[in-house]
Design a protein around this ligand. Structure first.
Ligand code: PDD
Length: 285
């Protein structure tokens, strides 16, 4: 069944959803995106994603293409029209189409706004949550503004392929001897009951799931340290996990061939996954 896609104000069948070859998202990766998950037909952490979108756009000198309420309505209509029970809504905003030039086009150039859904039945019951992920590490060769959620995803995509080529599920990226984050998720380790994850800065994306999970961990009286950690420290940890809008909290059981703990998902990752899913379903819109 063909999806209904939102393009620049219109809800159209996907075959009719097109943008210009001169779009700056296509030519310069001059655009930002968000991914919001849907469980039981409702959007998780919508406010957080909308606020981060506004921040990413502002960092690139672009305005919000519409109000947060209007954006919510577009998300909801797509979820309804495409009958999404469990899945994702992808949103992308670019600086629009203009003759190719490194300089930005005039401010009144219409932005390109695209949203589409992806159906993922059973998204919250991903079997990987029971077995855990195998991770390899790679140098972090991305640019220095990873806090902006731009559509420049080639290096993370290469990282994912490199992980698969080594029989692993995903990669963590390493810079100056410490882990920054996963290809498309934030990275955590747990040692002696303390959860450690890299502090916020320009070096990582400020995950919306990260913010929620750290808040829930603190409310559950778990100890949290926001600081960098090395690959060696991670390999010596009791457990590890990643967070993202599409994976929620996903346990990690192996890093560069070294099994963590007994090689199965750890109790803190499991507990945080349950809490995150329960609590975010409660506030889903
Ligand atoms: N990726 N770090 C990176 C590099 C990411 O690409 C993502 C999300 C995250 C987690 O952020 P959040 O919790 O807000 O989803 C961290 C999305 C899911 C993607 O690209 O599909």
């Amino acid at each position: 069944m063909s999806r209904i896609v939102y393009v620049n104000g219109a809800f159209v069948p996907e075959a009719e959803a097109t943008v210009s070859v001169f779009d700056r998202g296509f030519l310069f990766a001059d655009g930002v995106y968000e991914v919001t998950s849907v469980l039981s037909g409702k959007l998780l952490d919508f406010d957080g994603h909308a606020r981060r979108l506004e921040r990413s756009l502002a960092e690139l000198d672009m305005p919000m293409p519409m109000t947060q309420d209007a954006l919510l309505e577009v998300h909801r209509r797509l979820v309804a029209e495409n009958g999404i029970e469990d899945g994702l809504v992808y949103l992308q905003v670019t600086r629009g189409a203009a003759d190719r030039d490194f300089a930005y086009p005039p401010k009144d150039t219409p932005q390109t706004v695209v949203l589409f859904t992806q159906s993922k039945p059973g998204l919250a019951d991903n079997p990987a949550a029971q077995t855990g992920l195998k991770i390899v590490t790679l140098p972090d060769l991305r640019w220095d503004r990873r806090d902006i959620k731009t559509v420049q995803l080639l290096y993370p995509s290469m990282g994912k392929m490199a992980a698969k080529a080594q029989g692993a599920d995903d990669a963590w990226m390493v810079e100056d001897g410490v882990v920054t984050e996963g290809t498309s998720n934030n990275a955590y380790i747990v040692k002696d009951g303390t959860i450690v994850t890299r502090h916020l800065g320009n070096e990582i994306l400020h995950g919306i799931t990260r913010a929620a999970v750290l808040r829930f961990a603190q409310e559950a009286q778990m100890k949290v340290e926001e600081r960098a950690f090395s690959v060696e420290e991670a390999q010596d940890a009791d457990e590890a996990f990643v967070t993202s809008a599409s994976a929620f909290v996903m346990p990690v059981v192996e890093i560069d061939g070294a099994a963590l703990g007994n090689g199965t998902p750890g109790p803190i990752a499991k507990r945080l996954r349950e809490i995150y899913l329960d609590e975010s379903r409660k506030t889903a819109v």
